[in-house]
Design a protein. Structure first.
Length: 118
């Protein structure tokens, strides 16, 4: 599966953005799609994941009440709705895919930059 992320931009603190991750290729239903982010000078952090069935996981505590991951299987697209953005959310956001039975991510999209200003 090939992934393409979009939707990043510049926003003031408190604002919202919606990122999209469009998938192409076969067997979209086999994949868990996740969003990661990488802030300047930091490592890549898992933000949220979604299974084909719609089950979600948001391990990053700082975004749990503000970010929502969703999936439109008919459009082969995964979204990350980000509300009440904070300056600490500034990062390059990546979407990635892994088979449901594997821990390793096999496909990564190009990142999309989110910049939150105060």
């Amino acid at each position: 599966v090939q992934l393409q992320a979009s939707g990043g931009g510049s926003v003031q603190a408190g604002g919202s953005l919606r990122l999209s991750c469009a998938a192409s290729g076969r067997a979209f239903s086999d994949y868990v799609i996740s969003w990661f982010r990488q802030a300047p000078g930091a490592g890549r952090t898992l933000v949220a994941s979604i299974w084909y069935t719609g089950i979600t996981s948001t391990p990053l505590e700082s975004v749990k009440d503000r970010f929502t991951i969703s999936r439109d299987n008919a459009k082969r697209t995964v979204y990350l709705q980000m509300n009440d953005l904070k300056t600490d959310d500034t990062a390059v956001y990546y979407c990635a895919a892994r088979k449901a039975d594997y821990a390793e991510y096999e496909s990564w999209g190009w990142g999309t930059l989110v910049t939150v200003s105060s």
